[in-house]
Design a protein around this ligand. Structure first.
Ligand code: 13P
Ligand code: SF4
Length: 354
């Protein structure tokens, strides 16, 4: 627990013993008790970029979820070992697209005669297999902070985009940021034959959205937005683009976790904010900015942690750091070389976006 001084001291001591050999990365959704030990914090994009910032570190301890640790492994040297303190820290959204399902989808697009003109764009929140598929078929990875630029790039390469696996980020970017219509988007359901779509529907679409979503952000509704506007007059509604389209359409500001933090840093004293993203981050921001007179509330009334992000707790971090300090490599995340090569291609296309 955050108040367990013994665990805090053990983490500090193990980190000190490891010195430059360890580099700890922490996603903004991590618990306070964990994030205090991160050398670098960030959104998915910043962490992917920063993972390679310490080539001399033998161990990269990733306080985040599995797909982030995989991406860090792909983007760092072969002699650097990426460690995920709890192997059960997955992401339910990433699990919604398997390699078999995506290969089958590509067959459906081929059958409809559109695979040649379709560019895959995969959200960072996907397995290394899906990233490799994306790289192999000329596509790019994106995060919530560069989805617009990734789609602009993709539409220069082809006529259509297959967006994996978050339908909401895909739809919100296409419709809110790029002026497409909802009719330009179709949803491919991997649990239905042909994705539940006719060949004509596929041919008419510009955005083919995979039927995946984030269960945490999916909890926010239009009612949450309307309720908070009624409760707190003058409130600014700021949400993550993984929220449903009607929530994003009703919000004042939309962006990644890093954008949310930057926006609140720049906000004037006395301003009021309702935030639609994971609760560890919102609580931390509410506490941080309260002394500056910025009122920050959670967009919904129900508690909304990401349960898998929360699996990385102080006991797991202490265990990982102490094991490494004792020379014992634990919970290594290692992507196989062939997958890594193609996934890296897709990640590097993202890192090269203007
Ligand atoms: P960002 O931190 O990139 O905004 O992503 C949020 C998220 O859901 C990560 O899983
Ligand atoms: Fe996955 Fe949603 Fe958790 Fe992010 S918040 S890790 S998308 S389940």
């Amino acid at each position: 627990s955050p108040s367990d001084p013994d665990l805090v001291e053990r983490a500090r001591a193990a980190k000190e013993k490891l010195g430059d050999k360890v580099f700890v990365l922490g996603h903004h959704y991590q618990r306070d008790e964990v994030i205090q030990f991160a050398d670098v914090t960030g959104d998915s994009f910043k962490l992917a970029r920063d993972a390679a910032a310490r080539p001399e570190a033998e161990y990269i301890v990733f306080c985040g979820v599995h797909f982030m640790a995989e991406s860090a492994d792909i983007l760092t040297g072969d002699d650097q070992k990426v460690v995920l303190p709890d192997l059960a820290a997955g992401c339910s959204m990433a699990d919604m697209a398997t390699a078999e399902q995506v290969a089958e989808c590509w067959d459906v697009l081929t059958e409809a005669g559109i695979a040649d003109v379709t560019v895959p764009v995969s959200y960072m929140n996907s397995s290394a297999d899906i990233k490799a598929f994306t790289g192999k078929h000329g596509g790019t990875i994106c995060t919530s902070s560069n989805a617009r630029r990734a789609l602009d790039w993709a539409f220069e390469q082809g006529e259509k985009v297959l967006f994996l696996p978050d339908q909401h980020l895909g739809r919100n970017t296409a419709v809110r940021d790029m002026g497409m219509s909802l009719q330009d988007c179709v949803v491919y359901n991997p649990h239905k034959p042909n994705g539940g779509l006719t060949a004509d529907e596929l041919r008419a679409a510009r955005m083919i959205l995979w039927r995946g979503h984030c269960s945490v952000h999916g909890r926010f509704s239009l009612d949450s937005v309307n309720d908070v506007r009624e409760r707190i007059p003058g409130v600014n509604v700021l949400v993550h683009p993984e929220c449903r389209h009607e929530v994003v359409a009703a919000a004042d500001y939309v962006g990644s976790t890093e954008y949310i933090i930057k926006t609140l840093e720049a906000a004037p004293a006395g301003s009021k904010w309702a935030i639609g993203t994971e609760l560890n981050l919102v609580r931390r921001l509410a506490n941080r900015f309260a002394p500056e007179g910025k009122e920050i509330v959670f967009l919904d009334k129900t508690v909304c942690f990401c349960s898998t992000m929360n699996r990385i707790d102080l006991p797991h971090l202490v265990w990982a750091l102490e094991s490494l300090a004792d020379g014992k490599l634990v919970n290594r995340i290692e992507v196989d070389p062939e997958t890594e090569a193609f996934a890296k291609l897709a990640l590097e296309r993202m890192l090269a976006l203007p």
